[in-house]
Design a binder for this molecule. Sequence first.
Ligand code: NAP
Length: 467
Amino acid sequence: MSTTKEISSIKTVNPFNNEVVKEFKAMSEEQVAKIIDDADEAFKTWKNTSVKDRAEIMHKVSAIMLERKVDLGKLATLEMGKVLGQAIGEVKISAAIFEYYATNAEKLLADQPIEVPDGDAFLTYEPIGVILSVQPWNFPFYQMTRSAAAHITAGNTMVLKHASNVPQCAQMMEDIFKEAGLPEGVYTNLYVSGKDIAPIVANPKIKAVTLTGSKPAGASIAEAAAKVVKKSTLELGGSDPFIVLEDADVQLAVDTAVNGRMANGGQVCTSPKRIIVAGKIYDEFLAKTKEAFAKIVVGDPMEKGTTLGPLSSEKAAEDVAAQIKKAAEQGANIVLGGKRMERAGAFLEPTFITDITPKMDMYFEEVFGPVFMLYRYETIEDALEIANGTEFGLGGTVFGTDTKKAAEVARKIDSGMIYINHATGVAPQLPFGGTKNSGYGREQGKEGLLEFVNTKLIRTTSPDKPF
Ligand code: NAP
């Protein structure tokens, strides 16, 4: 049955003015099946290429991305509204991830000997086949890089379904892979809507699935994978706590929290979403936060000097505005902002909220926009109760001059990553991922490379010493 759709939700809509720039036709079931067949066929050869040869291509991908960082950055800004300087930064970290695996994969994938009383034992890491990767729009190059760089270098092939609002970024990456010399079928985009993805997981030629996105999308993918006993990894939402201890450098903590929260329009899974400040320094922190807000420059994300652009879409801006309205109705204090801006595009005022309590929905929700939520604590136990009081466990921060004490607090936060005196960051060698409903599995680093390989044991025993 052919189900080619006439009208597609896959399109570039510039959130700066909400104009439709380009539309893509969704693929038919037959087209999708053919792409998966080709990826499976390509795997037969790709798995037997040396890691060195694969790394050669990854070096080239990295170099092309760096050479075209401004063009790539402009495309991300056009499709999802992030400030251009931040978009270029995203391309640079993506190139660094390709470079990291190109340089280190041979060592990371090398056989690992295991000490045994007799004979020989070692682990060898073998690719498993076609990986289905489903990715979100908030970092259109970085998110796809995290899965593609690792799993393709490990010898798998990949079909990638990117978010429907960043189709040109997806196309750009497929073109770059081709230009770098990646053989046909090793990486291919699927242009389909998110709701049509779960049935694709059942295709027997798909060997595993990875998704970065929201909890409902993750649950749907994981359920589809579990039904056919396939491995999945999920990188889901977060509501990262940012605990400020009373000995912290207050100005540095304010600047780090405000800049971190406003980056990418507040649409970052690991953005410092809940700022939890010691009572002793709370008033100073609040006053300095207002000063930092006065420096935010809202405007055209392509313009130099703009620090906050639109949200990714009209719907995203409406959804966050509705969350703020509900919080205000439930008794939260909107200190600054809180409304849609009176201008074209998916703009929302940078918003500062205090007095959020567990009686309000916002206390438990992820707010995916430029919304700074300030909490006050009197004892460290209170701070940890707030920090651990949501379903999420992705990243987090502890700010304090006594870094040993800060690290002790970090150990008590239920999270996948905690940074001391820094907003949750990213580096190619550092494993990224969460716990609780923020998902499972890791990307980046050695852990990310080994998620979709068969860790095979080979054991040789001495003939004179049977089991
Ligand atoms: P989303 O709606 O879940 O979309 C993410 C991807 O999943 C898109 O490609 C989407 O396709 C697809 N999708 C949607 N519904 C699906 C379904 N039922 N089954 C399978 N795939 C489906 O998420 P979003 O709103 O774009 O992204 C924001 C969320 O991602 C936030 O919660 C954020 O915290 C999280 N995130 C997490 C990380 C991390 O590393 N942990 C990183 C970035 C973002 P369509 O576009 O076609 O709908």
